[in-house]
Design a protein around this ligand. Structure first.
Ligand code: GZL
Length: 359
């Protein structure tokens, strides 16, 4: 796993340095880049990677991996409120079935207390590897403690924990949300290069998730560097298209349409904001820019017809990599603490060549 990932990392770094939107490495994972600025906020650089049962590394948890024959994965899903989440859960079921593994998937419906009891229930059902998409990066901690006590390996997926890798969980598979936020900021800064001040509305996802924290963090990093971003609004619309449409309609009314760019933490909200802008008579890519994250087919189509400006892929389909990680853990390999799923920035200049990355 490590050797393969090391090769992918060098190839990926070469590709991603070439140009955004070039050949994509979609479906590949790479260990977190080891530079400070690249690592996501919750990557504890100095934590020991989780060893296997019997590890004597100070502080690392002694994970007890099952055999492949006994493997029973418990997947605690945060919610099924978006296409992204539904595709993610279906992908986990598909790969488990293909590889002949038992899997139990539960849905916390966005409720942190429910997720804690979900994980307890998975443990009680005999699940011996737990995969978690956390509703809230802090609130999930008691569930991680319960698994740690039993030595049951925990893999974070798509929304992380604010705990310590190798101690509170084995590893984290996800896009690099900080990089996604940076891209959005850089795209807007470039598109609005002629403006002295850029009036920005940031439409955020479900607060408490590490995806939202880091997508915002990366965006504000660029905004701080540029120095001319005026954040007229920073408001959650909970990753929901309809809620984002309502929020955007109110923002446009209260600002008399004086917004240069909307940065939306996911495509569902970007599509909702687009409807509000169109209803307000704004020309997208002329009067206002709209940038999302995820890479839905519907968004690629909107980019092609000029009703969304740009997005960055954040595929929900990486269960293959997660199960590869589980199999590596079972085989006694030491896992990295973070595996970044490759993202590709997409706008009108490269939407055709990257269309197949959608979902
Ligand atoms: C990202 C994932 C986010 C998606 C949203 O890993 O957690 O949650 O970007 C989804 O569309 O709601």
């Amino acid at each position: 796993m490590k050797k393969v990932l090391a090769v992918i990392l060098s190839l990926t770094m070469a590709c991603s340095l070439m140009a955004c939107g070039g050949a994509s490495m979609e479906g590949e994972t790479t260990p977190a880049p080891d530079t400070e600025t690249e690592a996501p906020a919750n990557d504890a650089e100095d934590a020991e990677p989780a060893e296997n049962a019997g590890s004597d590394a100070a502080g690392a948890t002694e994970w007890i991996w099952p055999s492949k024959e006994e493997l029973h994965v418990g997947y605690s899903q945060a919610d099924l409120a978006s296409t992204w989440r539904t595709v993610e859960s279906d992908d986990m079921q598909r790969v488990a079935d293909e590889r002949g593994y038992k899997i139990t998937i539960v849905n916390a419906e966005g409720d942190t207390e429910q997720q804690l009891s979900d994980v307890e229930s998975l443990l009680a059902q005999g699940c011996n590897v737990i995969v978690i998409t956390a509703v809230d990066g802090d609130a999930i901690q008691p569930a991680l403690d319960a698994c740690k006590e039993k030595g049951v390996p925990v893999i974070m997926k798509a929304r992380g924990s604010n705990g310590v890798p190798g101690v509170d969980y084995v590893t984290f598979f996800s896009s690099d949300f900080v990089a996604e936020g940076r891209y959005a900021g850089e795209w807007i800064a470039k598109a609005c290069a002629d403006k002295e001040t850029i009036k920005v509305a940031e439409i955020q996802g479900i607060l408490g998730g590490t995806d939202v924290r880091d997508r915002s963090g990366g965006f504000h990093e660029v905004a701080d560097k540029e120095g001319n971003f005026d954040f007229v609004v920073e408001q959650t619309a909970n990753f929901s298209r309809t809620e984002a449409q309502e929020v955007a309609a109110n923002v446009l009314q209260s600002t008399n349409g004086e917004i240069d760019a909307f940065y939306c933490h996911n495509d569902e909200m970007a599509l909702g904001v687009s409807l509000a802008c169109q209803s307000a008579g704004l020309k997208i890519n002329e009067d206002v820019y709209i940038v999302g994250v995820d890479g839905m087919y519907e968004t690629f189509d909107a980019i092609k017809d000029g009703t969304v400006s740009a997005t960055i892929t954040c595929t929900p389909k990486f269960a293959e990599q997660v199960f590869d990680g589980i199999e590596a853990g079972i085989a006694g390999e030491t896992l990295e603490t973070f595996y970044a799923i490759e993202d590709v920035p997409v706008d009108a200049t490269n939407v055709e060549e990257n269309y197949d990355l959608g979902f």
